[in-house]
Design a protein around this ligand. Structure first.
Ligand code: PLP
Length: 353
């Protein structure tokens, strides 16, 4: 399926971001998070470029098996663990590291328990999603024995460093670590950057590797990160409208004067957010042009008044190089994670170093 919108993935930028990460975390080991096809960037290309990563984290056993089948021999952590006995067996055979986050995963230990791979125990210190309660750690560690090497937790609000819930979660986790001497892992991108005390033995960054900022107030570039994914699509029509003409579904935009409106061949079918507000910029030939009217399935319409020299076939950057994904995400009331996953899954991708 060949559509005009395309994703370019800049693997040098990925490597640059990894270098930034390494200099930030010092001695902590780095588990690069590559779930959801590396946030839409293509997991195999990303792993190839991240030769220095100490391991990888994926969401589910199926994703982990794909990495093993492709010959990845570094540690692979499965963040949700095994969902049933068959997954458990496959994960065991593939040597995946499993997260245990509920009793049900260890109720009936099979005879093959002694063959199980390394386990991490996930504790809910306040996120309220996956994880056992702190008071159950004792019983579970007793059951799992030394095969459980690492305690992990996950922050609910690390993207807002001032939120007191972060401190509370960290304190609960600290207490467990002092009681049960195990390795530890707590930090996603935001905590890796903003909470040095949360780095521990393994950090688990995803988003920052792909060049976007986990913080609302800052863009990736402010943090020294370079955009890895750029979404581009061509200008396929240039229409001259009169004052008062309407543009797009719902006729929400009314031309204030005689003006040129450009049509760009990308829409929500390509992963561009339908809720992008009027005024969300696209970058054409170095000039920002605001979206007018609603985003359609395969097209967006832009005000070309800032760019009188616009010609058909020019490529518009919808986010990426020169236009931070963070910025587009906030104008569409979403987060850069969602943009990357959506466009990466739907558009043809090309790669460069
Ligand atoms: C996705 C995920 C991460 C990575 O988060 P980023 O915000 O992308 O750095 C880390 N840990 C867990 C448990 C996750 O689910």
């Amino acid at each position: 399926m060949s559509r005009p919108a395309r994703v370019s993935v800049n693997l040098s930028a990925l490597q640059h971001n990894f270098t930034v990460l390494r200099s930030v975390v010092g001695k902590s080991r780095i588990l690069a998070v590559v779930k959801a096809d590396a946030y839409g960037h293509g997991v195999f290309e990303v792993i190839d470029a991240l030769q220095e990563a100490d391991g990888f984290a994926v969401a589910c056993v199926g994703e982990g098996l794909e990495l093993r089948q492709a010959g990845v021999d570094r540690p692979v952590l499965v963040l949700q663990g095994a969902h049933d006995a068959q997954e458990l067996q496959e994960a065991t055979e593939a040597g995946l590291t499993l997260v245990i986050h509920q009793w049900e995963q260890v109720f009936d230990l099979p005879d093959s328990f002694f063959l199980w791979p390394e386990l991490w125990l996930k504790v809910d210190t306040g996120m309220g999603r996956l994880g056992i309660q702190p008071e159950d750690v004792d019983r579970l560690l007793e059951r799992l024995g030394p095969r459980c090497t690492t305690l992990m937790t996950h922050f609910a609000n690390a993207d807002e460093p001032e939120d007191p819930i972060n401190t509370l979660q960290l304190a609960r986790f600290e207490q467990l670590l002092q009681q049960y001497k195990r390795m530890a892992s707590a930090a996603n991108s935001a905590a890796t950057l903003a909470m040095p005390a949360a780095r521990y033995d393994w950090v688990r960054p995803g988003l920052m590797l792909y060049g976007a900022s986990p913080f609302v107030e800052e863009h990736g570039l402010d943090l020294g990160l370079w955009p890895v994914m750029t979404l581009r699509a061509p200008l396929v029509a240039i229409n001259t409208h009169q004052a008062g003409d309407r543009v797009g579904y719902g006729s929400t935009y009314r031309c204030p004067e005689r003006m040129q409106v450009g049509v760009i061949a990308a829409g929500y079918a390509d992963g561009y957010p339908r809720h992008a507000a009027e005024g969300t910029p696209v970058l054409i030939d170095g000039v920002l042009c605001p979206i007018v009217g609603r985003v359609s399935m395969d097209m967006i319409t832009v005000d070309l008044r800032p760019l009188p020299r616009a010609t058909l076939g020019m490529q518009a950057v919808l986010w990426g190089e020169g236009l931070p994904a963070d910025k587009i995400a906030s104008m569409a009331s979403t987060i850069p994670y969602e943009l990357m996953c959506a466009a990466g899954a739907r558009c043809a991708r090309d790669y460069s170093y």
